[in-house]
Design a protein around this ligand. Structure first.
Ligand SMILES: [Zn+2]
Length: 153
């Protein structure tokens, strides 16, 4: 008996199985990289311009990809060769890249001796990125704020 179903199209479930699972694109890797840097900066209560970093990195990726397409080489690369580790994102998009606009007190309701009372927990620092004017707001705890004030003299 001849099996007539041999050349049928794969159904949706079968197609799913052929998709590489857990394969990340370079964009995914780049985004994860930037998110982790931003997290580190937030931990240190410092601004980081994720927006500019992402845009500039995308420009870099696009440029590389255009050159890949233009290339006569038979070797077509699917991901651009950009060594993320070699780019100093903190230097480029960190605190130095910001102008501080001001700060405001952060008051939170805390439970003190069983009573909810407003307590000053820190300051909200407002920054503007020098490159594209992006706005960034960072919470600075009271102790860290005092340390910075002392440094300023
Ligand atoms: Zn920016």
């Amino acid at each position: 008996m001849v099996d007539v179903n041999i050349f049928r199209e794969q159904n949706a479930d079968e197609k799913k199985e052929f998709q590489p699972i857990g394969k990340k694109t370079f964009q995914d890797v780049a985004r994860q990289h930037l998110i982790s840097i931003e997290k580190e900066q937030v931990k240190k209560h410092l601004p980081f311009c994720y927006r500019c970093a992402k845009m500039d990195l995308q420009d870099l990726i696009d440029k590389k990809m255009i050159e890949t397409v233009r290339s006569e080489s038979k070797l077509v690369e699917t991901s651009p060769k950009i060594e993320l580790e070699k780019i100093d994102f903190v230097q480029k998009y960190g605190e130095k890249n910001f102008e501080m606009l001001g700060s405001s007190e952060v008051i939170e309701k805390k439970l003190l001796d069983g009573i909810r009372a407003p307590v000053k927990t820190g300051y909200q620092y407002e920054y503007k990125c020098k490159k594209r004017g992006c706005w960034c707001s960072v919470f600075v705890p009271l102790s860290e704020h005092e340390k910075r004030q002392k440094k300023k003299g």
